[in-house]
Design a protein. Structure first.
Length: 178
């Protein structure tokens, strides 16, 4: 018998000072059995960094043909493809053919090695790459509870996240902008 996903609920008060975007979000997140809490929280953070009309959490790890998050237009075209972790150059290239814009957010302690091994191939692709420090994502994962009330404020190159279990500031590096 297959292990079922764990369901989390997040009520988020989002203030994106860079885009003048303010929203109250209610997310239901299905954590796949093989997904870490760190990856799940990066999904939430990437969702907030790109929040807009039409943004959706996908089946993620359940369907390898889909990104972690996407924005689809009314005619089902993919406007934005968001991947997490360290995807292969081939996967990112395929995404650039399917979507108008592609963004990748890496967060593992291996991100530096992954980036240095693939930077030449990635530089030829029309995709943006960002890296979160692994230790800050670990601190973000410590805020997890089955029902979360979070306040996320985005300014510059950081997000300040406050919840019932504490607060953390998460920074990111732009590895490649597009």
């Amino acid at each position: 018998m297959a292990i079922k996903p764990t369901i989390y609920k997040a009520r988020i008060s989002l203030s994106d000072m860079e885009r003048n975007y303010y929203d109250s979000l209610n997310l239901t997140i299905a954590q796949h059995p093989s997904e870490t809490l760190e990856r799940m929280m990066v999904r939430i953070l990437a969702y907030c960094l790109n929040a807009q009309e039409g943004i959706e959490l996908t089946k993620g790890l359940e369907d390898v043909e889909e990104p972690a998050i996407w924005v689809r237009t009314m005619d089902e075209q993919i406007a934005l493809w968001i991947d997490l972790g360290e995807p292969t150059p081939e996967r990112v290239k395929k995404a650039t053919h399917r979507a108008r814009a592609v963004r990748v957010y890496s967060f593992n302690s291996k991100s530096d090695v992954w980036w240095s091994q693939n930077v030449k191939k990635f530089s030829q692709l029309d995709a943006a790459f960002y890296r979160f420090p692994a230790e800050e994502i670990e601190a973000l994962a410590a805020l997890v509870s089955r029902t979360m009330d979070l306040s996320i404020t985005i300014t510059g190159d950081s997000a300040y996240v406050a919840g019932d279990k504490g607060e953390v500031e998460v920074h990111w590096d732009v590895l490649q902008a597009r």
